[in-house]
Design a protein around this ligand. Structure first.
Ligand code: NAD
Ligand code: TYD
Length: 352
């Protein structure tokens, strides 16, 4: 088949990447789509079952830090567009091992930018490097105000520092070499397939097991939650209609304190499992705060709404209910990702 576009998605076996890959493979049979993922603990090919046999889809195991590997990949596939999601993504892990975040998130991004530059050879017609970033690069807000695309960067965790640094490299390649790039900075995502180290799936998993629910600090930190399906739709719109050199903030207009959210998850889980009212809330334990814990994130998404006509479709009560239901109905998935069973299996499979 003569494909209209050759697309590379990095990190397509992770949480957001698998939702994006499924969307694009189904929606664009005329595109050839390669999913490149290292399959770290956070990558899970099981997530991609719905599309694994589609003719326009291929998975390739590889590391964006491995330049020699990338060289061969770019030479072979001549990509027109890159959705770059591969990253180490968990703040707590970044506090524990910052160097890994610098390698994967900064050097990995730089390697991809270099490959694009080399293979596109300044023939940039219909080419795009789309870098998927986070609102955490902007730092921490007080009680009021919103992050806009011009808010100065002020990253405060090793994770956000690595993402900020990668954003700077992406923009530097636009200004210095004219590489066509676009960046989006999105707020906290939630939905099915998220590794249960992040707040929402961790709480649901602990609720299922009747384990304590660790709430950091006073539980009053605020996040702006966006349903993952809305994020990947925004990415589709940005890739096709966004303007090279521009940045788009993406958010859910859905600010919540962590403790409010944990209460909601407890009540939804109690209801769906027919448990006594208040059962889940009794498991809440306020624990030592995360070092440097950002107080509040909130996004002003008016640019993408006004210029690209994207709006989040999922209202939060529907989104949270759907999410809790998914984890309760997919306890086998939770068990396997936490036990590392899938990872071990695919490791053996791909390294055999
Ligand atoms: P995730 O941790 O679930 O998935 C990351 C994926 O990248 C995994 O499949 C992993 O195997 C892969 N990966 C990691 N290092 C790699 C390497 N060196 N080479 C190849 N693959 C590698 O993360 P996620 O939550 O899906 O986030 C995806 C992207 O979106 C990240 O860049 C993150 O910074 C950004 N983001 C996430 C959120 C959120 O709420 N989760 C919000 C805004 C932006
Ligand atoms: P997280 O899902 O790690 O996302 P991020 O730090 O990137 O925003 O955490 C979301 C919020 O929940 C954050 O304020 C930290 C808090 N949190 C807890 O209170 N307890 C937990 O066990 C976790 C993982 C997070």
């Amino acid at each position: 088949m003569n494909y209209k576009k050759h697309i590379l998605i990095t990190g397509g076996a992770g949480f957001i990447g698998s939702h994006l890959t499924i969307l694009l493979v189904k929606k664009y049979p005329q595109y050839s789509i390669i999913n490149l993922d290292k399959l770290t603990y956070a990558g899970n090919l099981e997530n991609l079952k719905p599309i694994e046999n589609k003719p326009n889809y291929q998975f390739i195991k590889g590391d964006i830090c491995d330049n020699e590997f990338l060289e061969g990949l770019f030479e072979k596939y001549q990509f027109d567009g890159i959705f770059h999601l591969a990253a180490e993504s968990h703040v707590d892990r970044s506090i524990d091992s910052p160097n890994e975040f610098a390698f994967a998130n900064v050097i990995g991004t730089l390697n991809l930018l270099n490959q694009c530059r080399k293979y596109w050879k300044e023939n940039y017609v219909d080419k795009l490097f789309y870098h998927i970033s986070t609102d955490e690069v902007y730092g921490s807000l007080g009680d009021t105000g919103l992050f806009t695309e011009t808010t100065p960067y002020d990253p405060r965790s090793p994770y956000s520092a690595s993402k900020a640094s990668s954003d700077h490299f992406v923009r530097a390649f636009f200004h210095t070499y004219g590489l066509p790039v676009v960046i989006s900075n999105c707020s906290n995502n939630y939905g099915p397939l998220q590794f249960p180290e992040k707040l929402i799936p961790l709480m649901i998993n602990n609720l299922l097991k009747n384990k304590q629910l660790p709430v950091y600090g006073d539980g009053k930190n605020v996040r702006d939650w966006l349903y993952v399906g809305d994020h990947v739709e925004a990415m589709d719109v940005i890739f096709h209609n966004g303007i090279a050199g521009e940045t788009y903030n993406i958010g859910g207009d859905n600010e919540m304190q962590n403790i409010e959210l944990v209460h909601l998850l407890c009540d939804l889980t109690d209801g769906l499992l027919n448990r006594e009212k208040g059962h889940g809330r009794k498991l809440i334990k306020f624990v030592k705060d995360r070092p440097g814990h950002d107080r509040r994130y909130a996004i002003d998404a008016s640019k993408i709404k006004n210029e690209l006509n994207w709006h989040p479709k999922t209202n939060s009560s529907e989104g949270f209910r759907k999410t809790v239901e998914w984890y309760l109905n997919n306890q086998e998935w939770l068990k396997k990702v936490t036990s590392g069973q899938y990872r071990d299996y695919y490791q053996r499979f791909y390294e055999a």
